[in-house]
Write a protein that binds this ligand. Structure first.
Ligand SMILES: *Cc1c(COP(=O)(O)O)cnc(C)c1O
Length: 431
């Protein structure tokens, strides 16, 4: 494959944009090489500015469950465009999208739209703190909830202490209210609850990706989530499911649909915007009523509920609601794909762990099952990078990191899956 135009575009971009990208993972740092600069997306495919065509398993990192440029969505967006880009005033489309989400998640009584997942999570945590009058929060190692200050934490010195900043520019004092626990390890959560109770007045909320997709795909065990629910009730803490990725992806009803566990608040993003910048947070009315203008927790947004974004979100959810059987189909394609990878890996004695949740898939070059971040970190990232670059050369666009999930869209049919498996087989033979 020839990447000459992308190489030139990347050099040019670096002169104006830090690292040439507006979100770090796009720079391909962990797999090496130049990221293809994209000219357009068509159904299952991305076409770059050199004319290379790739099967897209990133789907804009999750939102594009209908594939690129869905005709129905395009038409809705066209209608909306001619009515103006933004008003900064209420529209019926916002209520319609809210009603669709509430229909699928009946325990979400009130919700509010924002423009990104980061904003949704930041606001959900603020309202949880305002509701409980407590400051501390618990998050899990390897879970990602956007880039707000108090969530950019890594493990501190002691196992039960609060985290320390994982990014420069975040003061220690901003993260001292964030306790880090281990995914799928309820004792670590109990320890954090106790430590917070003794040191600083208790936990306001626990936030979790109930199906983690930001350390590779690592689903939480059902029993673990049930115990979390119980612990939060016992300690009057708000349980927040971050379903920005898993919502409308792992299942039409996300992790809630697969586990039936009712979080107090849920954050959404990605698919609910169908590729437009949309996030949302919502849940129990008594908590959400703390938000301004009803209550004293402030939260706002110039472009929140933007009419173009709402048009795309509404049409995307309408199509999903009308075709609820697609989740079974996408799930079976994801399973076929992963089983194909596994078969080739086994044949070549390459240790590989695979998992699937609905249209989400993940694989680790790892000899042990991955249940948490520590396990994930034991994966062979050098082998991953080699696999990655070879697959890209063959026109398969996977997430450029061992620690990201993959996605199947409606446009990725059985033939495309078989083509991908055949190429993976070719690559694994030379790993
Ligand atoms: C993507 C993601 C976010 C952040 O959303 P942005 O729109 O990138 O700000 C938050 N939480 C989870 C689980 C995500 O996957």
């Amino acid at each position: 494959m020839n990447f000459a135009n992308s190489i030139e575009a990347f050099e040019r971009a670096k002169k104006s944009i830090p690292g040439g990208v507006n979100s770090p993972v796009r720079a391909f740092s962990s797999v090496g090489g130049t990221p293809p600069f994209i000219a357009r997306g068509e159904g299952a495919y991305l076409i770059d500015i050199d004319g290379n065509k790739f099967i897209d398993y990133i789907q804009s990192w999750g939102p594009l469950i209908l594939g690129h440029s869905n005709e129905r969505v395009i038409n809705k967006l066209k209608d909306a465009v001619y009515r103006g880009f933004s008003y900064g005033a209420p529209t019926v489309a916002e209520t319609e999208l809210a009603e669709k989400i509430k229909y699928l998640f009946p325990h979400v009584e009130l919700l509010r739209f924002v423009s990104s997942g980061t904003e949704a999570v930041m606001s959900a945590i603020r309202v949880a703190r305002g509701y409980t009058n407590k400051n501390d929060i618990i998050k899990f190692e390897g879970n990602y909830h956007g880039h707000s200050d108090s969530l950019l934490v890594k493990a501190g010195s002691g196992a039960t202490t609060f985290g320390s900043p994982s990014s420069a520019g975040v003061p220690e004092s901003f993260t001292k209210h964030t306790y880090l626990a281990k995914y799928n390890n309820i004792q670590s959560v109990k320890n954090a609850f106790e430590s917070s109770q003794t040191n600083s007045g208790g936990i306001a909320c626990v936030i979790i990706e109930p199906i983690a997709g930001n350390m590779g795909l690592v689903p939480a065990e059902l029993e673990f989530l049930q115990e979390l629910r119980t612990l939060c009730d016992k300690n009057s803490a708000v349980l927040i499911f971050d379903e920005v990725m898993s919502g409308f992806r792992a299942d039409l009803r996300g992790a809630f649909g697969l586990t039936n566990i009712k979080a107090d608040l849920i954050t959404f993003g990605k698919v609910i915007g169908g590729g437009m910048p949309v996030g949302a947070f919502g849940g129990r009315a008594d908590i959400m009523q703390k938000l301004s203008p009803l209550g004293n927790v402030y939260q706002a947004g110039t472009l929140s509920g933007n009419p173009l974004a709402m048009a795309v979100g509404n049409e995307t959810l309408d199509i999903l609601l009308e075709n609820q059987n697609i989740y079974k189909i996408l799930n079976s394609r994801a399973e076929t794909l992963m089983n194909g990878f596994k078969k080739s890996a086994d044949k070549n004695r390459i240790p590989l762990q695979i998992d699937v949740r609905g249209s989400m898939f993940g694989f680790f070059f790892n000899s042990q099952k991955v249940k948490n971040f520590d396990d994930a970190l034991k994966s062979d990232t050098v082998r991953f990078a080699k696999f990655y670059r070879a697959m890209l050369e063959l026109g398969i666009y996977l997430a450029p990191s061992q620690f990201e999930a993959g996605f199947i869209s409606v446009s990725i049919d059985e033939n495309i899956i078989q083509e991908t498996i055949a190429k993976a087989d070719e690559v694994m033979a030379n790993l």
